[in-house]
Ligand binder design. Structure first.
Ligand code: GLU
Length: 450
């Protein structure tokens, strides 16, 4: 490996050994940048890579909140403003029990390249808390969000840093966070957060954007292979906001999600999630209890396999992991390779461990697409929400959807072109890393060293 790359990676591994998800994503990205670094000796001179793997700013804060029984709790909150070279910091907030610095930094690093790929002027950031929203009442969530924003508000703003949702943070949480920001600032700056409700500056298509974008990207891959989405059967993990968007767009385009998995096991519906009624039921089921998808099988009389994931099933054409990081390890990757499926399209942030990803990439007969490109439509429409807020206008659903569609086409085309430029063939993983990197690198080099 290039000596400079090797030394940067070794430094990250040594300094941040305990942040294993962060080390994982840095290794994944850096190893695919080798041809670019070889072609640009000036990057080493300017120590560009060591600057890129270190967040510009990151802070931790205490969040206290009172439960419905009058008992007080203390959680930790973070915001990592990873890279602001191409635009205001932008990225979601994750509220989940297992959140710590390693997860926030992995997401912030990924976000930097993902946001660059959208072609829009947004830097990379991420934040969150180890607060566990499961089983909390609305009032508890409200008090938590108010306290969280009280600690965060002075460090964000429409031109500074624009948080949004991620796991555990949806429309309800964004509403409470925005309300507290407005109360503290005394100004109506709705561009400070995205994923807002429609009554106070949200964008049409934002809830669907990640899933729709993933399917638009998939269409480009299929087109490249002279294949068509019509009639395709898709297996996904997760049936959250993103999974739901995939199901909906797949249905509109004549494909169908025939398998989906939740924390309790997986569903096999041979007809697919093919009606509005089924889609609405999934929303309802998730709202009642996000840990169990079995009720779907009971309601529609289809198969439910408890405690298992759907990787390895043979009667599908496409796999789309859309649940959580490191969902697919070597064990699952081997099953996927043996299943004969041709398309492995990552959707969740870093759903595949590095060894599993490299294994799947090394199989010549599976096309692997990386999440930082495939799921970029979510943050892409967030950036469109920011544009609408700046204009004080709102665009029609058709307008947003059309922009999302062309954004996803460009991301696919630019990734493929970047890989091609360095003689890597149709390598969408390396291509996305290179295309995302090049724009940020160029902006950092132009702005001087700091
Ligand atoms: N959390 C989402 C992501 O991983 C969306 C971030 C945003 O909209 O700012 O890209």
């Amino acid at each position: 490996m290039n000596k400079y790359l090797e030394s940067v990676l070794a430094g990250v591994k040594e300094k941040y050994a305990y942040q294993k998800e962060f080390v994982q994503t840095v290794e994944e990205v850096l190893t695919s940048l080798e041809p670019v670094i070889n072609a640009h000796p000036e990057y080493e001179q300017a120590d560009l890579l060591n600057r890129m793997v270190e967040p510009e700013r990151m802070f931790t804060f205490r969040v206290n909140w009172c439960d419905d029984n009058g008992k007080w709790h203390t959680n930790r909150g973070w915001r990592c403003q990873f890279n602001g070279a191409i635009g205001p910091y932008k990225g979601g907030l994750r509220f989940q029990k297992n959140v710590y610095e390693g997860i926030i930094k992995f997401l912030g690093f990924e976000q930097t390249f993902k946001n660059s790929l959208t072609g829009l002027p947004i830097g990379g950031a991420k934040g969150g808390s180890d607060f566990d929203p499961a089983g909390k009442s609305d009032a508890e969530v409200m008090r938590f969000c108010q306290s969280f924003m009280t600690a965060l508000y002075r460090y964000i703003g429409p031109d500074i840093d624009v948080p949004a949702g991620d796991m555990g943070v949806g429309g309800r949480e964004i509403g409470y966070l925005f309300g507290q920001y407005r109360r503290l600032k005394g100004t109506f700056e709705n561009g400070v957060l995205t994923g807002k409700g429609m009554s106070y500056g949200g964008s049409l298509i934002r809830p669907e954007a990640t899933g729709y974008g993933a399917v638009y990207y998939l269409q480009e891959v299929l087109k490249h292979e002279n294949d068509d989405i019509k009639g395709k059967r898709i297996a996904i993990s997760g049936y959250g906001n993103v999974g739901w968007g995939i199901m909906k767009k797949a249905m509109q385009l004549g494909a169908k999600v025939t398998y989906f998995a939740g924390p309790d096991g997986y569903i096999h519906d041979p007809d697919g999630v093919n009606t509005e009624e089924k889609l609405n039921y999934i929303l309802e089921m998730r709202e009642k209890d996000p840990m169990h998808c079995k009720p779907y099988a009971d309601k529609y009389g289809v198969e439910f396999v408890p405690g298992e994931k759907c990787w390895g099933v043979k009667d599908v054409d496409i796999y789309m992991p859309a649940a959580v990081q490191n969902d697919v390890t070597m064990k699952e990757a081997e099953k996927i390779a043996a299943s004969g499926v041709k398309y492995y399209i990552e959707v969740a942030n870093m759903p595949t461990t590095n060894d599993a990803l490299n294994f799947l990439r090394s199989k010549g007969d599976i096309i692997v697409a990386p999440s930082k490109a495939v799921n970029a439509g979510g943050v892409g429409v967030s950036a469109l929400e920011m544009s609408q807020n700046s204009e004080r206008l709102s665009w029609t659903a058709e307008e947003v959807d059309e922009k999302l569609h062309s954004m996803m086409k460009n991301i696919h085309a630019n990734s493929a072109a970047a890989a091609e430029k360095y003689g890597l063939g149709y390598d969408l993983v390396a291509g996305a890393n290179i295309a995302g990197f090049e724009k940020v690198a160029d902006a950092m080099m132009a702005q001087g060293i700091f």
